[in-house]
Design a protein around this ligand. Structure first.
Ligand code: C2O
Ligand code: CU
Ligand code: CU
Length: 494
């Protein structure tokens, strides 16, 4: 099939517009009244051709988040095009059924462009999924969560370039659902729903919970369905992460209401504590929704009874996870530490993004399986002794680089391009107790994922396989302001 996408500029927002050149019109769906791009629906095995035309007054390129594709199709910043230029993508959809997405990837401007509206869903289906009798059509609903701030003229206003924005990442003061202010979903009593959540926020994570005492049933993550559904009291959803949530409205009466809310997250220490809130960084968005309070995400309005034939099977897909015994470095994982470098610099193993530069430790071999250990914080780097300043803000001035680094420990939502990995281990020994207690039951370690949420002090072991494509791919923090400041590097498959 063939699709035409262009990024368009209107007033101060951007949008992706798309049309089908060849193929089924059903594969393109625009959410009415939304600033988001279209939902593109494809089948595993489809061969796709996309013509991208840049019509915004800045360089851009489209990245297909989560897809297993070649370097040329991955939207690497080295392929950015200017206004009026076009870029052609041609690839076969090799991923499992799941919820993927696309967004811009020019170095230094991803945050602003995504914020202004450039993002869309890319939904893959496959045979395994078709056999499962999951909800379809209007019972299969996207829920893209983003926080935004509006100025006095009701226009989107972006403060991610301010010093505060560069530290914490952009934090908005209201929640948008599917690119709209209206956060109500009108659903039918008795309906069985698949809600495809994407946290499309620039930097904010959510602690999601139903406000009626129900637990959350998750049956899919970034890269596809879970082997078995998982029930959680609440769910931590970091930037770029996707989950499939099962919602059965059988027990719900017509005209009833309930909500999904964000529950308070004690993130203040992690965010530099009093120093940040004291406004020392200047220009802070003081109206931003505070992490540590409850706010509404989504309203569910239950309408008249309608039945749909769908059920959630106890067994969905076979796990077939990568085994650490297959890894060539299982005793000696590759370490990548995400931390603050010098003053106002976000680094990975002490480096920032430098075009197509690849370090020795960032080079891997095709057709191998590896364990990567992802660390959040300087306390993990061997050449930097903990100076006793602790990892939590103490409200004082920093005395040296490592003091600053340890004080300014932020969560880092880490994303790896081109592949889906399995999580082997999540180590929270060095995570603030209060924060861990408030989050520990909300993480999902199962399934195929491409984005993880690392709390300060957290260490996660991933297992991944490099297949089919050689070349340069990115791994980076998906706090888009951190990414834009250089918390992004290449890895090279040779
Ligand atoms: Cu969704 Cu490199 O990003
Ligand atoms: Cu990506
Ligand atoms: Cu980060």
């Amino acid at each position: 099939s063939q699709t035409n996408i262009f990024s368009d500029e209107k007033t101060n927002t951007y949008s992706y517009k798309a049309s089908i050149i060849k193929g089924s019109q059903d594969s393109l769906q625009q959410i009415e009244g939304s600033y988001l791009g279209p939902i593109i629906r494809v089948k595993k095995g489809d061969k796709i051709r996309v013509r991208y035309e840049n019509q915004i007054p800045a360089e851009s390129i489209v990245h297909w988040h989560g897809l297993h594709i070649s370097h040329e199709n991955d939207g690497h910043p080295e392929h950015v095009i200017g206004r009026g230029e076009t870029y052609y993508y041609e690839f076969e959809v090799m991923n499992k059924a799941g919820t993927y997405w696309f967004h811009p990837h020019p170095h230094g401007q991803t945050g602003e462009q995504v914020y202004n509206g450039l993002a869309g869903l890319f939904i893959v289906s496959d045979k395994d999924e078709e056999n499962l009798n999951l909800p379809q059509g209007k019972y299969d609903i996207p829920v893209v969560i983003q926080d935004r701030t509006f100025d006095d003229n009701h226009q989107l206003s972006y403060s991610g370039n301010s010093r505060m924005g560069q530290m914490t990442g952009f934090l908005g003061d209201r929640i948008m659902i599917n690119g709209k202010i209206d956060n109500t979903l009108s659903l039918s009593a008795n309906g069985k729903y698949r809600l495809r959540f994407l946290n499309g926020s620039n930097s904010r994570a959510y602690k999601l919970s139903w406000n009626n005492g129900s637990s959350i049933t998750v049956f899919g993550v970034d890269g596809g369905l879970l082997p078995t559904p998982k029930t959680l009291p609440y769910l931590i959803l970091g930037p770029a992460q996707r989950v499939d949530v099962w919602l059965d409205l059988s027990e719900h009466e017509e005209n009833s209401n309930f909500k999904m809310v964000h529950l308070p997250l004690p993130m203040d220490n992690a965010m530099g504590g009093g120093m940040m809130n004291g406004g020392m960084m200047g220009n802070s968005n003081s109206s931003a929704l505070p992490y540590n309070s409850q706010f509404d995400i989504l309203n569910i309005k239950v309408g008249p009874v309608k039945e749909n034939e769908a059920a959630l099977p106890g067994e969905l897909v076979s796990a077939n996870y990568l085994q650490s015994s297959e890894a060539i470095n299982k005793k000696n994982p590759r370490n990548f530490t995400f931390a603050m470098g010098g003053m106002m610099e976000w680094t990975i193993n002490g480096r920032t993004y430098n075009g197509t530069e690849v370090a020795e430790e960032e080079t891997v071999k095709l057709n191998t399986t590896e364990v990567w250990r992802i660390n959040n914080g300087n306390q993990f780097s061997s050449n930097d002794d903990d100076d006793g300043g602790g990892m939590h803000g103490n409200g004082g001035m920093m005395s040296g680089e490592s003091g600053m680094g340890n004080m300014m420990q932020m969560p880092h939502p880490v994303h790896i391009h081109q592949l889906q990995f399995n999580i082997l281990n999540r180590n929270a020994e060095k995570v603030d107790n209060k924060l861990w207690e408030a989050t520990k039951d909300g993480f999902i370690n199962e399934g195929w994922q491409d984005s993880i949420y690392l709390l300060p002090g957290m260490q996660i072991d991933l297992i991944m396989r490099f297949e089919h494509f050689k070349g340069l791919f990115l791994y980076h923090c998906h706090n888009l302001e951190h990414e834009d400041m250089g918390m992004m590097r290449n890895f090279k498959i040779v």
